[in-house]
Design a protein around this ligand. Sequence first.
Ligand code: ATP
Length: 455
Amino acid sequence: MKVEIEKLISHLKSQGFVFQGSEIYGGLANSWDYGPLGAEVKNKLKKLWWDFFVRRNEYNIGLDSSIILNPKVWQASGHLGNFNDPLIDCKKCKSRFRADKLVEEKFADMNVGGWSNEEIEKFIKENAINCPKCDANDFTNIRQFTLMFKTNQGVVEDEASTVYLRPETAQGIFVQYKNSQRALRKKLPFGIGQIGKSFRNEITPGNFIFRTREFEQMELEFFFSPNDSNDWFEYWLDKVKFFLEKIALIDTKNYSIREHEADELAHYAKRTVDIEFEFPFGRGELWGIAHRSDFDLTQHQNHSGQDLTYLDPETNEKYLAHVIEPSVGVERLLLAIFCQSYVEEQLDNGERVVMKLPYKLAPYSVAVMPLQKQQKEKANELYKELLLDFDATFDETGNIGKRYRRQDAIGTPFCVTVDFDTESDRCVTVRNRDTMDQERIEISKLREYLLTKLI
Ligand code: ATP
């Protein structure tokens, strides 16, 4: 069953996962802050990605590049000329929309990626797509609107000091490709991964954390020889699917793979696939995988005048590497995980809300609680011991049933209760979040027990 987005937002707020940005000042449109628990989940998600795509992949290395780069980078990459969205205004109520999204929202199976502005305008007129705000069918022509955030570096605000906030992390990788390859003495094929903030002045941000103007990306640029006969695209598509299914625990029912049609592909792209997730507000892109050929390295080589070719030690040939790029937004993936994890369950004695987060993403792995005040000291001792190995929390307020519900609501996989008998039998009760089953476990075996369950 699909979660209602408003319910999810309110739950995430009340439990300390996601707050409206600048809320005490009335907020700032479409900006969101990650509260104490949201920051935990986000950091854990980034760490899982980094471990899987960077540290524990035999080919890859990582990088942390600047947000503000030399503006020539954006000229070379094409962002200064082409990073635009088609903006259309309703003449009656003055609302602004992304013209491509107006069509795709009305006709869910359409994709207008490769269409010209004139084609989109014509389609909107002929198919009576009305303004979603006032229902009029009276739009302006489409204008291209740049998504780049502009600012100035230094004390003088003039053309020469204009810089941009990066709209993607990928270009930072391309400009440090040669340094990274040389310093680490990497041979092709190899990849460089990066996690970091990106900024896009989106025309229509919204749908909670799905589309915001400030967000984080996890991107991998995988470089390989144009003569390499391996299908690296399939290799990375499989890795992405593995990550989604086995690590983020995304149900295969909830996502689908959309291959871009030839007329939708960017001119330099050989193949592009979008992994789309069934969000409560409709299907949306979650993760993009693109074969970018040698487009970026060619552009940077031409604009910088630097030699970015690779000298193949086996064939003595010089060439520019080709690239496969799997790119995902941290918050979009987080939203998919939140949507899938939020569950309302009817029980004999009422209802519970559980965040069935993957164990590795739960803010706390284990909550320790004394059944009553008398066990507080013992429970606290155990809590401190568990802190050495686990993200543990201590919960002593309210009756035990309430405490279990509270931990369910934030997704804690295990609750450990110290009770009357603990003193004599040296055991505690361990309760499982999902099954609500309780087991009596010896304290001396608790660490081992939890380690095996949480793996
Ligand atoms: P869309 O069509 O939704 O605007 P895109 O095709 O422009 O996305 P890419 O440039 O391929 O997106 O970016 C890679 C990934 O970064 C996307 O798959 C998405 O997960 C994430 N992303 C892109 N734009 C945003 C945004 N405004 N807010 C949050 N995440 C984003």
